[in-house]
Write a protein that binds this ligand. Structure first.
Ligand SMILES: Nc1ncnc2c1ncn2[C@@H]1O[C@H](COP(=O)(O)OP(=O)(O)OP(=O)(O)O)[C@@H](O)[C@H]1O
Ligand SMILES: [Mg+2]
Length: 328
């Protein structure tokens, strides 16, 4: 029987290296994937999306996934988050028959495998996570001056960020030969500190593969690719097809990052062997960990979201593009 892979105590963006190293161990193991979950105490949406992606990829290789030693609390939580689809639980507290309806904002793990689902998923997940926030009523009448409700103000920036990240995951990798790339997304509201966290993880080609030939990329390294992708107006295909609908402006990641920062939060971006936290820390993942694809965590304060007008955060059209667009 193959050696079990131990999950860390924290499966989260804060312990990204350990989380990704464990997932990498499961993906590359030979034979069935045996998961020792005795240490696991906490999983955030980033960790859940990673685990969901990992279990899915292992099962796609025709290998079984067996999880042992989950605590009662973690097994109930992960069960509700739909992480265990097709997974065998051994020596864990018994599965619950009924999905508990916890009021404190659980939003299930969702997998997308085509671009068609992006808008619906972004809409559904943003509404679901905001709908779980106590005191926010989706049916309240809109403000007479602005026409918006408090619910709309919270939903808008989250929906924008989700649709940009999902769109990126479903388009860029496919154009670079990863026709079967999927994306996993999970969201949660944490009432204790009034934070919203999202995790968006894909198993595509990663940032470096799409930006390798971009003139702004100084070194062919994963960390350089992450930093380049975050610059406004950088896109792998922006200058290729100006007359086509499919041209990208290179603003999705930049604007998502600005939304998180204006809402008192940050992004953690992992691609290949590199990690960048927009609040400071960046470098290589520890323990030789690598993620084949892009894995992003967003964290922001709920109370600041209504102050955000994301259209004002979009980078301005640069002079050259504006002139070309005007004359075409
Ligand atoms: N999930 C991903 N997989 C691979 N490459 C990605 C991914 N997300 C972003 N990138 C790379 O980072 C670049 C910048 O992303 P960004 O979302 O800012 O711009 P864009 O998608 O090109 O344009 P826009 O978002 O304005 O349509 C992309 O052009 C692509 O090269
Ligand atoms: Mg984009």
């Amino acid at each position: 029987m193959p050696e079990p892979v131990c999950l860390p105590a924290y499966l989260s963006a804060r312990s990204a290296s350990e989380s990704i190293a464990a997932c990498g161990g499961l993906i590359s193991a030979i034979g069935d994937a045996n998961v020792d979950a005795r240490r696991l105490r906490f999983a955030d949406p980033f960790g859940l999306a990673l685990l969901g992606a990992t279990f899915h990829m292992v099962r796609q290789q025709g290998r079984a996934v067996r999880v042992c030693g989950l605590s009662a609390e973690m097994s109930g939580y992960l069960e509700r988050m739909d992480v265990f689809e097709g997974v065998e639980l051994v020596d864990c507290v018994p599965r619950q028959n009924q999905r508990q309806n916890r009021g404190d904002a659980l939003v299930e793990l969702t997998r997308l495998d085509s671009q068609r689902g992006v808008d619906d998923a972004a809409f559904r997940l943003a509404h679901a996570v905001v709908g779980h926030i106590p005191g926010i009523d989706p049916n309240e009448p809109p403000d007479e001056m602005s026409g918006f409700t408090a619910f709309d103000r919270l939903v808008e920036p989250i929906q924008y960020a989700l649709s940009e990240l999902l769109e990126n995951a479903m388009t860029h990798a496919r154009r670079h030969g990863y026709a079967n790339a999927c994306v996993w997304v999970a969201c949660q509201y944490y009432p204790k500190n009034d934070m919203i966290r999202l995790g968006v993880v894909d198993n595509g080609c990663g940032l470096l593969a799409t930006l390798r030939c971009h003139p702004e990329l100084r070194h062919e390294r994963h960390l350089d690719a992450i930093l380049t992708a975050l610059k406004p107006r950088i896109s792998c295909n922006r200058d290729l097809r100006l007359n086509s609908d499919s041209v990208n402006q290179g603003v999705g990641l930049t604007t998502t990052c600005r939304i998180a920062e204006h809402a008192g939060g940050h992004l953690v971006i992992v691609s290949g062997n590199a990690i960048h936290d927009t609040s400071g820390r960046s470098g290589l993942l520890a323990d030789g960990a690598t993620w084949q694809g892009v894995a992003i965590a967003i964290e922001c304060r709920r109370d600041l979201l209504p102050t955000i007008r994301f259209r004002e955060l979009l980078p301005p059209l640069d002079a050259q593009l504006a002139v070309r667009l005007r004359f075409e």
